[in-house]
Design a protein around this ligand. Structure first.
Ligand code: BGC
Length: 741
């Protein structure tokens, strides 16, 4: 009897296996192509269409669970798994469930300031593993949009104003994510460069500008990184909504670049039509079902659309799911990996490299503990207060932020206290945290104004206290800047200055204490003109994960030598930007027919300032160190169709340090106007005191090419090119002229 039951159990257990063998799409030994065709052939039209819309019944249903609207539905009958989406841009943001915490690892702008793609690979790998541990399989990111204007709300969530720097970080990220089981979806394709009117703005961009500035990041992510997903942007481009833009979604993305993955729309307002979107190649509508679903079925039934279009849209999605092991639940990570010590250590590495030393008169930094017996640490960002909006302290706002563990973010004050063993550290708030820069309608504006008035009153007292303290200490560190309530998805910043009373605080404190250092924390350009001459030192510590406080303390006291460089230009004033490079409009979104003409063309960021010969406060690529470096022996050798560039870098100082060496190319004579210089290579090199190292770069044909509007092709014209190697875009140390035939 016993034997019989056992045999029965055995039989029941192997039946699914026998069945699986006869069902090709369940057979893991078959190729993703065969499995895709097989499962597709078993689906009804309704089942297929269901797979092409995101979860959530309609706009506005955000849900609170781990998945919420962040996924596509599964199919129980066929065993098709859900896609579970998350944001792995700074750490893991899991749906809207704030109880699912992760390591707050990095920000795009912060990691770009490190110019360290090897570090980014480690950081992105760690985030991918945490996503897997939290049961996610698709990453809605990262942002590859170019920083076109210093007030863009999502600048902190982007890498740079430069397409080459953006491409290198984009490729690194996509590879790290997908090598660890996460389908990676760079966004927002394309020309999504401002937040005001983001749902409907019509960006007018000529083809050369698209090809040279706004597309290269996506192209590299697809062609080099192998990205298997792309998110279509909300905006229109030259009159056509991006999610129904066939030229970009099909002709360029798939046909030219060979993209084999699937495109999903940005959420809620990304899709504007049924048939045009399907024909353009938009695979999945996010979130909920607004234009696909029944409307797609109806379009097929009434002959507007052939079912083969739906098959193709789904084929691409299913193929990715098979290829990435989603059907086979291939990827697993233990929950214990989330916020593990190893991951926190990587976050610390990121934070150490994401700080840019902007000014250091009289070598005020690093602070000397034998001279500074009493130190005042002052400022609203020196410590998280209840005034900082939740999750917005030391990071930007919107979907890219992380729901990190409570108290995970180091407070600079506490970390400074623990490092400065021989120095007495005294803290003062200095002024209130300003969180009132968003445009949220007239009512909110009125409330904001009342709050601003109340804060101003309070600030008088706080600044007075700070000044009294500053008078009696040997040095002052002021930690001021921005936070996620001020620079965030949905809203561009209103002005480039420090918000609230922070400028007043700096001015008054620096008047009574000559040894004042300002640490800025934020994710984009801050105009420093009003106060920079009053202080001896300025460090810009870009948002960079939960270890920012510790890294800041280590840099201030010299345990770590700062090595970051600016991934964006810092002009003297925002007025120096070309007119019309952003639309400033007083109230939030508008459905009116707003066009933004990208009239500056390819001259974005330093390309513009170089052409206009504008004086910079701090040029693109700028950053100081506690040591100095020498550049020598620049050599350029032609090897077949490439140029090998080598240069020797020497650390001239008495302490170890890292230098970010930058390589720019300049076309001497061209049939078309070209930038004064363009970044085409960079390398971070670590040098012990006194040490020299040779750094090598390879320049391929594309480093010399421009997009010809006439021939509609990448073109390299013969003639002379200058190869420049330097410490930043305005500090070229060595150059050599080469000839291309
Ligand atoms: C943002 C996307 C984001 C999505 C889901 C949209 O509003 O633009 O970047 O991935 O929401 O949160």
């Amino acid at each position: 009897m016993k034997i019989n039951i056992l045999s029965l159990i055995f039989l029941l257990a192997i039946i699914p296996l026998i069945k699986a063998q006869t069902i090709p799409y369940k057979d893991t030994s078959l190729s993703p192509e065969i499995r895709t065709e097989d499962v597709l052939s078993r689906m009804t039209l309704e089942e297929k269409v269901t797979q092409l819309s995101g979860l959530g019944k309609g706009q506005g249903e955000f849900g609170n669970s781990n998945v919420g609207i962040f996924g596509t539905p599964g199919n129980e009958r066929l065993g098709i798994p859900k896609l579970v989406m998350g944001h792995g841009i700074t750490g893991v943001r899991s749906g809207r469930d704030t109880t699912v915490n992760s390591t707050y690892m990095m920000t795009p702008i912060g990691i770009a300031a490190s110019w360290d793609t090897e570090l980014y690979e480690r950081a992105a790998t760690a985030v991918a593993k945490e996503m897997v541990a939290l049961n996610q399989n698709l990453n809605l990111g990262t942002t590859l949009n170019i920083i076109r204007h210093p007030l863009g709300g999502r600048n902190w969530e982007s890498f740079s104003e430069d397409p080459y720097l953006t491409s290198r970080f984009g490729v690194t990220y996509v590879k790290a994510m997908q090598a660890n089981g996460i389908i990676c979806g760079p966004k927002h394709f394309v020309a999504n460069n401002q937040e005001r009117h983001r749902f409907d703005i019509n960006n007018v961009v000529d083809e050369r500008t698209l090809r040279e500035i706004y597309l290269p990041g996506f192209k590299a992510a697809v062609m080099e990184g192998g990205a298997l997903n792309i998110m279509g942007a909300y905006n229109r481009l030259n009159g056509t909504y991006m999610c129904e833009n066939k030229w970009l979604l099909t002709d360029i993305l798939r046909k030219e670049w060979g993209f084999k993955g699937f495109v999903l729309s940005d959420f809620a307002n990304g899709v504007q039509s049924t048939v045009p979107s399907a024909l353009a190649g938009l695979n999945v509508e996010m979130h909920g079902t607004k234009y696909y679903g029944d409307k797609l079925i109806a379009a097929i039934k009434n002959g507007e659309l052939d079912e083969s279009v739906v098959d193709q849209l789904l084929r691409e999605k299913l193929w990715v799911m098979f290829s990435m092991g989603v059907f086979d639940k291939k990827w697993k990570q233990p929950k214990s990996i989330v916020h593990s010590d190893a991951h926190k250590k990587i976050a610390l590495d990121v934070a150490r490299k994401a700080a840019v030393l902007l000014k250091n008169d009289d070598a005020i930094l690093p602070l000397n503990q034998s001279k500074i017996k009493k130190l005042a640490v002052i400022g609203p960002n020196a410590k998280r207060t209840s005034d900082h909006p939740t999750y917005y302290y030391m990071q930007g706002g919107g979907s890219g932020r992380t729901y990190h563990f409570k108290n995970a973010i180091n407070n600079p004050v506490d970390e400074i206290k623990s490092i400065a063993k021989n120095t007495k550290v005294i803290y003062a708030l200095g002024c209130t945290v300003s969180n009132k820069s968003r445009e949220t309608g007239d009512k909110k504006k009125l409330e904001d104004q009342q709050k601003i008035k109340a804060d101003k009153e309070q600030d008088k007292k706080l600044i007075y206290d700070a000044v009294q303290l500053a008078k009696h200490v040997d040095a002052v560190v002021l930690v001021v800047g921005l936070h996620g309530g001020l620079e965030t998805e949905g809203w561009d910043r209103e002005h480039p200055y420090l918000p609230g009373s922070q400028v007043e605080l700096i001015k008054q404190v620096s008047k009574v204490n000559p040894n004042t250092v300002v640490v800025l924390t934020g994710g984009s350009f801050i105009d420093v003109s009003e106060w920079i001459d009053d202080v001896k030192g300025v460090l810009y510590h870009f948002y960079c994960g939960e270890k920012i406080g510790q890294a800041m303390a280590e840099i201030l006291f010299g345990d770590v030598n700062p090595s970051g460089k600016l991934p964006v230009s810092f002009p003297k004033s925002i007025e120096q930007y070309p007119e019309g490079s952003i639309l400033i409009h007083p109230i939030g979104y508008s459905k009116s027919n707003i066009s933004n003409i990208y009239s500056e063309g390819i001259f974005v960021g330093y390309r513009y300032f170089d052409k206009a010969q504008e004086d910079m406060r701090f040029p693109f690529g700028y950053g100081l160190s506690y040591t100095t470096f020498d550049y020598s022996q620049l050599e350029v050798k032609k090897i077949n169709n490439t140029f090998k560039v080598t240069v020797t870098i020497t650390n001239l100082g008495h302490i170890d340090g890292d230098e970010v060496v930058q390589l720019y190319v300049n076309d001497q004579k061209s049939s078309i106007e070209r930038p004064v210089r363009e970044l085409k290579g960079f390398a971070r090199v670590s040098l012990k005191a006194g040490e020299s190292k040779k750094v090598a770069f390879t320049l391929k044909e594309d480093a010399f090419a421009f997009w010809s509007p006439n021939t509609k092709q990448w073109t390299v014209e013969s003639g002379e090119f200058i190869i420049e190697v330097g410490a930043n875009s305005r500090d070229i140390k060595l150059s050599k002229t080469i000839k291309i035939d």
